[in-house]
Design a protein around this ligand. Structure first.
Ligand code: HEM
Ligand code: HEM
Length: 172
C-alpha cells in the first residue's frame, strides 16, 4: 500500500480524504432530511451541522496541502483533460465557499459557532445584511454542489462503462 499517489493510482491518504469528504458532504446536504429521519431537534441538528462543516473545512485544507505535495505524481488524463480540471476546480471552489459562507452566516446570526462544544465564534450581536448575504450564498452553492456531484459521478461512470479506462479504479 502506498501513502503517496503513484502514476497509476491515488494513494491511501488521497483516497481516504476523498471518500470521507464525499460521505460527510452528502450527509451535510441532507441535514434537514436526516434530522427529521432520526427525530433530532432543529437546534441539535444545526449544532452538529456547524461542527461537521468546520471539520470539512479542515479536511479541505489538508486535502489541498496533500495534493500539492503529490503534484505531478499521478498520470495526467488522456480524455477531456480540461473538462476534468474545470470540474474538479468547481468542486474545490464549492467545498471552500460553502463552509466559509456558513461560518459567516452563523457569525451574522449572532448565534456563534461551537466545534463539538468548543467555542469558535462567540455569540454576539446580529448583523442582518451579513446573515442574509451569507445564508443566500450558502444555500445557492449547496444546490449547485448537488449538480456538480451529479456531473462528477456521471463522468466517473462514463469512464468506467463507456471509455472503459482506469479512472474510477485509481480512486477506488
Ligand atoms: C461544506 C459543508 C457544508 C454544506 C454542504 C452545507 C450545506 C447546507 C445546506 C444544504 C443547508 C440548508 C440550506 C437551506 O435550505 O437553508 C445549510 C444551512 C446552514 N448551514 Fe451549512 N453547510 C456546510 C457547512 C456549514 C458550516 C461550516 C456552517 C457554520 C459553521 C454552516 C452553517 C449553516 C447555517 C447557519 C445554515 C442555515 C442557514 C439559513 O439560515 O438558511 N454550514 N447548510
Ligand atoms: C460527493 C462528493 C464528491 C466530491 C466533492 C468529489 C470531489 C472530487 C475531486 C475534487 C476530485 C479531484 C481530485 C484531485 O484533485 O485530483 C475527485 C476525484 C475523483 N472522484 Fe470524486 N468527489 C465526490 C464523490 C465521488 C463519487 C461518488 C465518485 C464515484 C462514483 C467519485 C469518483 C471520483 C474519481 C474516480 C476521481 C478521480 C478522477 C481522476 O482520476 O482525476 N467521486 N473527486
Amino acid at each position: 500500500m502506498s501513502w503517496l499517489d503513484s502514476e497509476q493510482r491515488y494513494g491511501a491518504v488521497s483516497r481516504a480524504i476523498h471518500w470521507s469528504m464525499a460521505t460527510l458532504l452528502l450527509l451535510m446536504l441532507g441535514t434537514e432530511w436526516l434530522a427529521e429521519l432520526v427525530g433530532m431537534s432543529e437546534r441539535e441538528a444545526m449544532g452538529l451541522h456547524k461542527s461537521v462543516g468546520v471539520v470539512l473545512l479542515g479536511l479541505l485544507v489538508l486535502r489541498l496541502l496533500w495534493r500539492g505535495m503529490n503534484h505531478g505524481r499521478l498520470e495526467a488524463h488522456a480524455h477531456w483533460k480540461w473538462a476534468a480540471r474545470l470540474g474538479h476546480l468547481a468542486l474545490y471552489g464549492a467545498m471552500l465557499v460553502i463552509p466559509v459562507s456558513g461560518l459567516l452566516a452563523a457569525l451574522g446570526s449572532g448565534h456563534g459557532v461551537e466545534l463539538f462544544g468548543l467555542p469558535l465564534i462567540a455569540p454576539g450581536a446580529e448583523i442582518e445584511w451579513l446573515e442574509e448575504a451569507a445564508a443566500e450564498t450558502h444555500e445557492v452553492l449547496a444546490n449547485l454542489l448537488w449538480l456538480l456531484i451529479g456531473g462528477h459521478v456521471a463522468a466517473s461512470l462514463a469512464h468506467q462503462f463507456w471509455l472503459r479506462d482506469h479512472t474510477l479504479k485509481r480512486m477506488a
